[in-house]
Write a protein that binds this ligand. Structure first.
Ligand SMILES: Cc1ncc(COP(=O)(O)O)c(C=O)c1O
Length: 303
């Protein structure tokens, strides 16, 4: 079987995710209808926004007979985890440039190695240079013929895969989602139907540069008045979560019977509930929370 038919097989195996109504006293009190788009259940390994962002870059790499794909991420990166899984499924070599120590061990790294990803560890200082053209040129030279994907897989080619999500949603909804590198929200904006809105919760200290990153990916977003980025709920920065918020996320997960983790889905959903409680939404609003997955990153080091 050719690699492209393997891709086609994977594409066909991932069907639309479910849309589940969420029940909570606050929603009833405020007259809000809230659904969860369960992209976390899309695929056992390529879940959440990962398959959506990766599917077309993967197809392009195969079409162009790339030698492999190289990308960047932290030691718990959901993106590298999904890329390694896809690489294994498609017989495509993968390289992960990981911010961390060579001695790092965790379930994410164990999985990606098991699936054949070659890992190169770099320190924080070097990792900050991940968009510098001279380092990228050096990597392109060393990994000749590889496709280089930015951190989070957020590139132009990622947008159409995310845009397909609208085909699975009812019209006139407001989609709510966590935002980090911006590719997922940019993909949604690139195909936002008339009457729909998008509300992103920055899970890191993104004010003011994150909006610009999104506009860089999708320039027409600069003129679009139907989306917003909420910066107030980053909880101290990327991968940081105050203990009170951690407890509140765990409680919300129990009340909603929804698996959440504190870095993306939990942080954004807690932010949304705080904003609902603060009366920021009109009664009769219909919201869809996009569950972008990431539950693998929340496994304990021993797990
Ligand atoms: C689970 C999860 N949710 C949300 C995001 C944020 O998506 P984006 O980086 O496209 O803004 C990420 C990072 O890619 C992620 O791993």
């Amino acid at each position: 079987m050719t690699s492209l038919s393997l891709w086609q097989q994977l594409y066909s195996a991932v069907s639309a995710s479910t849309l589940e109504p969420l029940v909570h006293p606050l929603l009833t009190e405020q007259g809000i209808t809230l659904y969860c788009k369960r992209d976390d259940l899309l695929h056992p390994r390529l879940s959440g926004n990962k398959w959506r962002k990766l599917k077309y870059p993967l197809r392009q790499a195969l079409t162009e007979h790339a030698a492999g794909i190289l990308s960047f991420g932290g030691a718990y990166s959901n993106h590298l985890h999904a890329l390694a899984a896809a690489g294994q499924a498609l017989n495509l070599p993968t390289v992960g440039i990981v911010r961390g120590e060579a001695s790092s061990h965790n379930p994410t790294l164990t999985d990606v190695r098991h699936w054949g990803m070659k890992i190169e560890f770099v320190n924080r200082q070097q990792y900050r240079r991940r968009q510098d053209s001279d380092w990228l040129a050096e990597l392109a030279h060393r990994y000749s013929g590889y496709m280089l994907l930015p951190e989070g897989g957020s590139c132009l080619l990622a947008l159409p895969g995310v845009a397909e999500l609208w085909q699975e949603l009812p019209p006139h909804v407001e989609v709510v989602l966590p935002v980090a590198s911006g590719g997922t929200i940019a993909g949604l904006l690139s195909a936002r139907p008339v009457g729909a809105k998008v509300r992103g919760y920055a899970v890191l200290k993104g004010d003011p540069w994150l909006a610009q990153e999104i506009v860089n990916l999708y320039p027409a977003a600069a003129q679009d008045k139907h989306w917003q980025l909420i910066y107030e709920h980053h909880g101290g920065g990327y991968a940081k979560c105050r203990s009170g918020d951690k407890q509140a996320i765990a409680q919300l997960a129990t009340e909603l019977q929804l698996p959440l983790e504190p870095i993306y889905s939990g942080k954004a959903l807690l932010g949304l509930f705080k904003d609902i409680a603060a009366g920021q939404f009109q009664r009769d609003s219909t919201l869809v929370f996009l569950h972008t997955g990431g539950l693998q990153g929340a496994r304990s080091p021993s797990g």
